[in-house]
Write a protein that binds this ligand. Sequence first.
Ligand code: ATR
Length: 274
Amino acid sequence: MTDHYAVIGNPVSHSRSPQIHAAFARATGQDLSYEALLAPLDGFAATVREFADRGGRGANVTVPFKQEAYVLATRRSARAQAAGAVNVLVFDGGEIFGDNTDGAGLVIDLRHNLGFTLAGSRILLLGAGGAARGALLPLLEARPAAVTIANRTAAKAQALAREFAARAGTTPLDGCGFATLAGRRFDLVINATAASLAHEAPALPPGLYAPGSLAYDMMYGKGETPFLREARAGGAARTADGLGMLVEQAAESFLIWRGVRPPTAAVLARLRAS
Ligand code: ATR
């Protein structure tokens, strides 16, 4: 019997997830269907229930419903709790399990697809919204030398750093505004702001990129984002967009649902080419 899955969002028609999961299913010989479901902005919970009632086994959740999915879940993983957001749901009788694979997807993309060594690296995380929050715990668990959170609104970065202080252990973690970054150097700069959506780059001081450094934008799309363009001009040795994170968070979702991790390299290469 075919098991049914979906990605729920608004908008959702642009989502690559149906294509990615169909490829995963073929590669692993799993019998499943995966559709894109548009939920009304005021009708996320109803859409989830209706999908579960007609036999849905699980769902991915995308913009703008990840916080609502967190609230809807009856049980949540530790990483979902840290992120305060859920991008994977598992329907199990009356229970709804909520997990978050976004941060894990980022770390796997950095390590395995980009060959970046997070342990011992100096990381700058830009932004203090949901995307930054979701990345923090997996990044801290990778034992970097230090993590700095910088945000346009400095107070939000400082608050996020305080909130995660206990989970950082011995790893130095600080929060600040963009201007205060002047004179500092980083091995990895991750753009988790929404600036790319507005076709803008965060207003960063020059000279942030250490030799051999990587600039990573969680966003992806046609062409280079303004952040990555500025990073390349500003001394980043390498740049990467968030397409690999998208594929790896999907693979982690597939693993939760099906108990098998699909190979990702061919899917990522095909998406890059298209
Ligand atoms: P998300 O869930 O995608 O992280 P969010 O919670 O709305 O979205 O957060 C958006 C983040 O992008 C914030 O950190 C925001 O900075 P502020 O807290 O100062 O608003 C940041 N952001 C949005 N547009 C930006 C821009 N043009 N330049 C720099 N930062 C930007």
